[in-house]
Design a protein around this ligand. Structure first.
Ligand SMILES: C[S@@+](CC[C@H](N)C(=O)[O-])C[C@H]1O[C@@H](n2cnc3c(N)ncnc32)[C@H](O)[C@@H]1O
Length: 246
């Protein structure tokens, strides 16, 4: 059996790398999906919780959309960076499996590119469900499970996409991306879509909407063209449905 992935230790180690990576303008794919994200989330009000806020860029967007935002991360250095950038209205350092909030307080919970790095997805979703209002909404972004299991064979826009092994099963991933003088060490789990759907079901959350967004790519961003053929991310919205399984 694989060793459990210690996500907090990993992110504490790479926190400085992540702050530089996420804050460098148009450096990573986030920027090419930003407009689609804002349109999909839409303006809102009420209390939002971002679980796994990192240095705070999604919390800042939620604030801009009108929410009263709490930004939470397991790593104190990242929460401090989010605080310094005035990303939210409130902050918390905590693990997503043990949220320091009362039941049913949030209208919206967002987990943006977090769950792939979490050891216990079912436990995390159950805890998220606990802090959601009965009519609240969860928004999840993950790296698309299909994208995770293959690669384009070259950087050409029309390059074939090759599935390396199997789409099914749970596999550890670990890798370093380097671009424009920045490097970022990513690690976590790759799991098929069914694993996420089963974890949502177990937590008593029903998927109400799903998107496979297409990136905007500007000049000098030819590398993003391939991702107009295969989805890089998967976005889901879910709502509480009855109660979680014991
Ligand atoms: C890829 S970053 C995404 C940050 C931010 N959501 C964004 O999109 O810019 C993943 C974040 O999730 C946090 N994280 C991972 N596992 C966590 C857990 N169990 N509880 C709380 N935060 C966690 C990491 O510390 C890291 O800041």
């Amino acid at each position: 059996m694989d060793e459990p992935f210690k996500e907090r230790e990993h992110w504490a180690r790479v926190a400085a790398e992540w702050i530089a990576w996420a804050r460098s303008p148009r450096h990573d794919a986030f920027w090419a999906y930003r407009e689609a994200l804002l349109a999909y989330l839409g303006k809102g009000c009420g209390k939002a919780l971002e679980v796994g806020c990192g240095e705070g860029r999604i919390s800042r967007e939620l604030k801009g959309l009108g929410y009263r935002v709490t930004a939470l991360d397991a790593v104190a250095e990242l929460v401090e960076a989010a605080r310094q950038a005035e990303s939210a209205h409130a902050y918390a350092v905590a693990d997503a499996r043990d949220l320091p909030f009362e039941d049913g307080g949030f209208d919206l919970v967002v987990a943006y590119n977090v769950l792939m790095g979490v050891e216990d997805v079912p436990g995390t979703l159950k805890e998220i469900r606990r802090v959601m209002r009965p009519d609240g909404q969860l928004f999840i972004s993950i790296v698309h499970p299909f994208r995770d299991r293959g690669n384009f064979v070259t950087s050409q826009p029309d390059a074939p996409f090759v599935l390396k092994d199997t789409y099914f099963g749970r596999q550890r991933f670990e890798g370093v991306e380097e671009r424009d003088g920045l490097r970022m060490h990513f690690a976590g789990w790759s799991q098929p879509l069914e694993a996420y759907a089963a974890a949502l079901e177990k937590a008593g959350l029903a998927i109400t909407s799903l998107r496979e967004p297409i990136p905007d790519h500007g000049e000098g961003e030819e590398h993003l063209k391939q991702w107009t053929r295969i989805p890089m991310f998967l976005w889901l919205k879910a709502r509480p449905l009855g109660s979680a399984e014991a």
